[in-house]
Design a protein around this ligand. Structure first.
Ligand SMILES: *[C@@H]1O[C@H](CO)[C@@H](O)[C@H](O)[C@H]1NC(C)=O
Ligand SMILES: *[C@@H]1O[C@H](CO)[C@@H](O)[C@H](O)[C@H]1NC(C)=O
Ligand SMILES: *[C@@H]1O[C@H](CO)[C@@H](O)[C@H](O)[C@H]1NC(C)=O
Ligand SMILES: *[C@@H]1O[C@H](CO)[C@@H](O)[C@H](O)[C@H]1NC(C)=O
Ligand SMILES: *[C@@H]1O[C@H](CO)[C@@H](O)[C@H](O)[C@H]1NC(C)=O
Ligand SMILES: *[C@@H]1O[C@H](CO)[C@@H](O)[C@H](O)[C@H]1NC(C)=O
Ligand SMILES: *[C@@H]1O[C@H](CO)[C@@H](O)[C@H](O)[C@H]1NC(C)=O
Ligand SMILES: *[C@@H]1O[C@H](CO)[C@@H](O)[C@H](O)[C@H]1NC(C)=O
Ligand SMILES: *[C@@H]1O[C@H](CO)[C@@H](O)[C@H](O)[C@H]1NC(C)=O
Length: 389
């Protein structure tokens, strides 16, 4: 489209859309919206009033033009997490790194250039802690005329894992900056914005995935939590991981996944339970924190959603669904066993483009100056994993 090509020129980049690629336009209006979770109403920033925000759909190699209009009460930027943006850092989004933030009343048009990515990524605010509510999925389909390197799913479902605080998240940030201390833990993990029916005042909103037996569903799972690594699984069903971070993997069938903040996992879910068992047509989908590090504080409660068969007579539709067998919160072996099995698809159509020859080996040491006090310091708000060989 003329506008974005002109914009690309203005940005001084030499990027032109790949053959057959298409432009997509989205308007993202940042606004304050009231949401109630865990019996607490609070005002949060959203895109278009939605929490989680709208999903962006595109194909591999497309260009997505997003006009962000800030009708909120504070500065904000948006980051396109995992998008390589070749020669286009100006649309990357971290505030004060590649741009000044968009001020209230202002607007900015981002050009998101997709190149090698195919699968699921996400977008989120890149200012203060606004990403706790300002986030959404980016779904990147194969190019026209090509298909998934796995069985075509009946439906594709974004499953966004997040966290909810009853207090204004930016008050938490200000407090941590002022005291140099810890950031208070969230009041709940969430699945598509909902803590689920194990939490107070949360039964009505619990996310439900309606399925028909015999059909295959592609879950596009995103960990949008601020700090928590999470185990995720579905009772009575296994997940077949087929991609992570918009790259395909060899199919890996597991009882649960472990997903880090910022990561995405594409997994096939077969609705393959014998539906004639009328006592059972509802299954919990659950997300629970994995915390390898003793001393790291988190909310031990489990976020839930419900997978429900719609095509079976079901005596227990109102009863308690089965619960998945998730590893214990401190089960590092379970997390590592899962992670170590992930392999790039690396076939003819999707080669693993990794240099096979290494010229020089480099040792890189990373340290964090956390002081271990009476309470473990929760700043920076991410966790360190032991290096396993
Ligand atoms: C939104 O929430 C705030 C804080 O709880 C409250 O003061 C305000 O009245 C609410 N606004 C609406 C429109 O419900
Ligand atoms: C908002 O962003 C502008 C630059 O876009 C900056 O000058 C201003 O200081 C920021 N305001 C706050 C409160 O950070
Ligand atoms: C975007 O900002 C420009 C000024 O930079 C203004 O002229 C225009 O009306 C704004 N557009 C919208 C949709 O807010
Ligand atoms: C964080 O937790 C402490 C201890 O419970 C509490 O005193 C403080 O008010 C909390 N901070 C915020 C911003 O809610
Ligand atoms: C849940 O929905 C029912 C029926 O619509 C309603 O009576 C009840 O007040 C709702 N509960 C909450 C906590 O919103
Ligand atoms: C379910 O019941 C129907 C009708 O009785 C039968 O045809 C079908 O094979 C059964 N399916 C399974 C999975 O048991
Ligand atoms: C975890 O969340 C539940 C439900 O909101 C709450 O009752 C509990 O106090 C929380 N735990 C902690 C340690 O904050
Ligand atoms: C955390 O939750 C798990 C699963 O619900 C439970 O088995 C365990 O006892 C809980 N741990 C604590 C410290 O509450
Ligand atoms: C996990 O926590 C439980 C209960 O606190 C403890 O008994 C167990 O030793 C811990 N496991 C590991 C691997 O740290």
């Amino acid at each position: 489209m003329a506008i974005s090509v002109a914009m690309l020129w203005l940005l001084g980049t030499a990027v032109t859309p790949a053959e057959g690629s298409k432009n997509h336009h989205y308007d993202f209006v940042i606004k304050q919206t009231n949401y109630t979770r865990l019996c607490h109403e609070k005002t949060v920033l959203t895109v278009n009033g939605q929490f989680p925000g709208p999903t962006i759909y595109a194909r591999k190699g497309d260009i997505v033009v997003v006009n962000v209009i800030n009708q909120g009460n504070k500065n904000i930027t948006i980051h396109w997490h995992g998008v390589d943006q070749p020669r286009n850092p100006w649309s990357d989004g971290p505030e004060y790194i590649t741009q000044c933030p968009i001020q209230p009343g202002g607007n900015l048009t981002y050009t998101v250039i997709l190149s090698e990515e195919e699968g699921t990524l996400w977008w989120h605010a890149h200012s203060d802690f606004d990403r706790t509510t300002v986030h959404g999925a980016i779904v990147i389909h194969p190019k026209k005329g090509t298909t998934f390197p796995f069985k075509k799913p009946h439906k594709e479902i974004p499953v966004i894992l997040g966290e909810w605080w009853n207090v204004d998240v930016n008050r938490l940030l200000q407090e941590a900056k002022r005291t140099g201390g810890e950031v208070n833990i969230s009041d709940a993990n969430t699945i598509n914005g909902q803590p689920g029916d194990l939490f107070p005042c949360s039964k009505n909103g619990t996310f439900k995935l309606h399925v028909e037996s015999g059909k295959t569903y592609l879950l596009r799972i995103i960990n949008a939590a601020l700090a928590n690594e999470l185990f995720f699984g579905v009772a009575g069903h296994r997940l077949t991981v087929v991609g992570t971070d918009a790259r395909y993997t060899k199919a890996l069938t597991v009882d649960y996944i472990m997903i880090s903040p910022g990561q995405t996992v594409d997994a096939l879910l077969e609705a393959d339970r014998a539906t004639n068992d009328s006592s059972n047509c509802r299954y919990y989908m659950a997300a629970r924190t994995f915390a390898s590090n003793t001393g790291i504080d988190f909310n031990n409660s489990t976020a839930t959603a419900i997978m429900e068969y719609t095509d079976a007579p079901c005596a227990a539709r109102a009863g308690t669904p089965d619960f998945p067998n998730l590893p214990a919160v401190n089960d590092t072996d379970a997390a590592t066993t899962y992670t170590e099995q992930l392999r790039s698809l690396a076939n003819k159509d999707h080669p693993a483009d990794v240099p096979a020859h290494v010229d020089e080996h480099m040792l890189i040491t990373i340290a964090v100056n956390a002081v271990r006090g009476q309470h473990d310091v929760r700043w920076p708000p991410w966790q360190w994993q032991p290096l396993r060989r």
